[in-house]
Design a protein around this ligand. Structure first.
Ligand code: ZN
Length: 400
């Protein structure tokens, strides 16, 4: 009998056990892993993947924050799907972990963000195995630390991607549960610094009134505001508006002293195909103008938090997750823009289309972080079906 892909997807999704994925989430959050101290949990996660039959290794490039890499060979002839997540939690104290099957909830730091998502990945793989459904393409599971800011800076996942530890597409098991993000604004933090030659001086000693750094701040704020207005007037797009925001201004220390310097700090959010380099160019242009008007040195530095990306809506991974979601939930999974700057942007910058699907993260980082069993079950089922729809599948003959 020839089963269709939706049949295989339904079989695999149907083999998900809510109790099992709740227990596993509880087991995962019982091993603390604040950012920078992920080694113990990484070992537990690696052992779990090994137990599921994945060829598993720990990548020790970053001391204290090993990345877990697990591979499951497919039967051949399908693309490789990468299931990805971060192993660290915010370093914010929380009541001890608990699981309550009656109330259908797992509580504790990391339950929602994102050990529930990692447990859903494991449960999806377990369900495929239990249902006797073998993906044609390979599965690649990656889990990495150093994610949560300010200590986390994505160097772990970026290093894996740079070294080619990547699938043909990826599903990141967080940041999406009732829509599917296909685009995200990029975000950079800019710091503009104004400098005057010489030390502080009495106001009456300043010969060229334009050369007061506070005058440069005024010109810069006007120019930044004008640019922000232009951006606000752009036509709306799904990924959200481009913005230029000023959050800090620092200058001066005494009422009749001419300051030596001044600083303006803020954010610039931008849409693909704009890049970090384009933002640098934009702000450098603005600084050069103010420098020539004042005779002061005006420079800008940019720290990119995440690049902008936009996936083609025809990417197969989008259709795979949407089809699986429809099987499991019975309604459409609408396209959307990413809620936050997440790792899909890093994947995109290495040419790997990535989408998000995990548990509801409403309580992430909160004092009462929790996830429901129903949500864990849905995430695991959608992930299992997504594997089938993306990689293709056939029956494990030994299991029939
Ligand atoms: Zn997260």
């Amino acid at each position: 009998m020839a089963e269709s892909l939706p049949d295989f997807a339904r079989l695999a999704a149907g083999a998900v056990s809510r109790r099992r994925v709740m227990e596993e989430t509880h087991r995962f959050i019982s091993v603390p892993s604040p950012t920078g101290e992920e080694a113990a949990f990484a070992a537990v996660f690696a052992e779990t993947l090994s137990g599921l039959g994945l060829e598993t290794s720990l990548d020790e490039e970053f001391a204290g924050s090993p990345s877990v890499i697990g591979r499951l060979k497919g039967t051949g002839g399908g693309p490789t799907l990468q299931l990805d997540g971060h192993t660290d939690t915010v370093p914010v104290p929380h009541d001890p972990p608990s699981v309550d099957f009656e109330r259908d909830v797992v509580r504790g730091r990391g339950a929602a963000d994102m050990k529930g998502g990692l447990a859903a990945i494991c449960e999806a793989i377990r369900a495929l195995e239990d249902a006797g459904v073998r993906p044609r393409g390979d599965l690649l599971v990656t889990a990495h630390g150093l994610h949560e800011a300010p200590l986390g800076d994505q160097r772990t996942i970026r290093s894996l991607l740079r070294r080619g530890v990547a699938g043909d597409a990826a599903v990141i098991a967080e940041l999406g549960h009732d829509d599917i993000a296909t685009a995200s604004r990029g975000m950079s933090i800019y710091t503009i610094e104004v400098r005057r030659n010489g030390g502080s001086m009495h106001e009456v000693e300043l010969k060229n009134r334009a050369a007061n750094p506070i005058n440069a701040v005024r010109l810069l704020l006007d120019a930044l505001a004008a640019r922000a207005e232009e951006l606000a007037a752009q036509p709306a797009e799904a990924s959200g508006p481009e913005t230029l925001f000023v959050g800090e201004v620092r200058a001066g220390d005494f009422y009749n002293r001419v300051p030596t310097d001044a600083v303006i700090v803020g954010t610039r959010r931008y849409r693909a195909p704009m890049t970090r380099e384009d933002v640098v160019e934009e702000l450098e242009g603005l600084c050069a103008e103010v420098a020539s008007k004042t005779g002061l040195t005006v420079g800008v530095e940019l720290q990119e938090v995440g690049p902008a990306y936009a996936l083609a809506h025809s990417e197969p991974v989008i259709a795979a997750v949407q089809a699986s979601y429809h099987d499991v939930v019975g309604s459409e999974l609408p396209l959307a823009a990413a809620r936050a700057v997440g790792n899909a942007a890093d994947f995109a910058s290495y040419g790997v289309p990535a989408v998000y699907h995990g548990v509801n993260q409403e309580t992430a980082h909160s004092d009462d972080e929790h996830v429901s069993g129903a949500d864990l079950e849905r995430a695991a089922r959608v992930l299992a079906g997504s594997v089938v729809h993306f990689c293709g599948a056939e029956f494990d003959e030994g299991k029939r």
